[in-house]
Design a protein around this ligand. Structure first.
Ligand SMILES: [Zn+2]
Length: 171
């Protein structure tokens, strides 16, 4: 069975997939949406939105813009990741938070450990080795080095998507 969209949409992943408890999770393409609907693992959500038709030899399938999973388990347990080199560099997009360099990255405690600064998400940033040694055991204010952004713990990927989704709906 080949599913073929009647309307070719410009967006590659036009369908928003909601979790069983109505949290918008991610965008998926029409093919994946069709599979979820045909196998009864998802149902159309009663939203005003556009829809697409896919037809095979025996079947015409209406795919709305928003569908909801009818099965659980999609939201895997997610914990705030540990504060380590790999996770901090990922959050900071492998960029020194003082000068923007992407080379020789180290971890810097914003408030130095020697001054009681904790090893927590809001006190650890990626810093290149030259910024790190220039800053030394000083706070950014003392060293007159500004952080590009205030460090904070990473957000659950689904929550981040949901926030973005609702922002777009309002806009
Ligand atoms: Zn730097």
């Amino acid at each position: 069975m080949t599913l073929r969209p009647l309307v070719v949409h410009t967006q590659r992943r036009p369908v928003v997939l909601f979790s069983q408890n109505y949290l918008p999770m991610t965008r998926i393409d029409l093919k994946r949406a069709a599979i979820l609907l045909v196998t009864d693992r998802a149902e159309p959500l009663d939203f005003v939105g556009q829809s697409w038709q896919m037809r095979s030899a025996r079947l015409v399938l209406e795919i709305p813009e928003h569908i909801r999973l009818t099965v659980g388990g999609a939201e895997r347990l997610w914990k705030v990741p540990p504060v380590n080199r790999r996770e901090v560099l990922r959050r900071d997009e492998h960029t020194c938070q003082y000068c923007g360099s992407r080379k020789q990255l180290t971890l810097d405690h914003v408030v130095p450990r020697s001054q009681g600064g904790p090893h927590t998400w809001d006190n650890v940033v990626a810093a290149c080795s030259s910024c790190n040694s220039r800053k030394g055991a000083r706070t950014p204010e003392r060293a007159r080095m500004a952080l590009k952004r205030q460090p904070k713990a990473p957000t659950h990927p689904v929550v981040a998507f949901a926030e973005q989704f609702w922002k777009e709906q309002k806009g």
